[in-house]
Design a protein around this ligand. Structure first.
Ligand SMILES: *Cc1c(COP(=O)(O)O)cnc(C)c1O
Length: 232
């Protein structure tokens, strides 16, 4: 545990984020408990993560495999690590071996590698498919029209468990366009559930837009700067 002042700092930030989540949920007739907080710890040192863990957070998100591995090593097993970054095929083994979740699957071959490389003694790797932002053909994520097929494929892989969808909207959208993107993700999620997938995770909303995401049905917000401050 770090100096007392720092511990108090993170505790206060966590309380502030929890208040925002609760207020946003209640404002649209939902309950705070329907929305999980994923602490995005990229750019934060292991000591900050340990403080957040000791202050009660249990799920952490990292975007870069090489940066994450020493922090996973240092901060122990009693937290769940989510990989939320772009995944290259030469990094799938490290993700399969060291993370509980990956939220950024957008490619059937990557999914196959993750399933093959998941250690037999570990529980299945929990997976969210990343939805591509609308009007951004070059961006990471699966296009709407390929989503149902990818979900079917991933659901059939033995060492993966399909849990839901993740979306990162394009930066700089106005409020209406942002709400539209979140609503689109929610419709895609509902479509997969209607097709028979047992999903429980709609991962959307970050520090600046968690209220809008919760209004459209988010069940997991991914929060970095509002918890930890600016990244180094
Ligand atoms: C960095 C990151 C976040 C957290 O962003 P903040 O604005 O710091 O809350 C959430 N999701 C993804 C995919 C990220 O890369």
């Amino acid at each position: 545990m770090g100096p007392q002042g720092v511990v108090t700092g993170i505790t206060e930030q966590i309380a502030r984020v929890r208040d925002r989540v609760r207020d946003a949920a209640v404002a649209c007739g939902r309950q705070a408990g329907e929305v999980r907080i994923l602490a995005v710890s990229k750019g934060q040192p292991a000591e900050r993560i340990a403080e957040a863990r000791d202050a009660g957070l249990r799920e952490f998100g990292e975007s870069y495999v090489q940066e994450a591995l020493p922090k996973i090593e240092a901060c122990g097993d009693d937290v769940d690590w989510h990989f939320i970054g772009n995944i290259q095929s030469n990094k799938t083994r490290a993700v399969a071996e060291h993370f509980a979740w990956i939220q950024s699957v957008d490619d059937p071959r990557i999914a196959e590698r993750l399933s093959r490389q998941r250690p037999f003694h570990a529980p299945p790797l929990q997976v969210c498919l990343q939805l591509r932002p609308r009007g951004a053909p070059g961006r990471a994520g699966v296009a709407d029209e390929a989503l149902a097929g990818l979900a079917e494929h991933v659901a059939g892989l033995p060492r993966l468990r399909l849990r839901g969808l993740m979306i990162v909207p394009l930066a700089g959208l106005d409020a209406a366009a942002l709400a539209g993107e979140f609503a689109r993700a929610a419709r895609c999620f509902d479509g997969l559930v209607a097709a028979g997938h047992a999903l429980d995770t709609l991962s959307m909303g970050m520090s600046a837009d968690l209220e809008a995401a919760i209004r459209e049905g988010s069940t997991m917000v991914r929060i970095g700067t509002a918890l930890f401050g600016a990244r180094s």
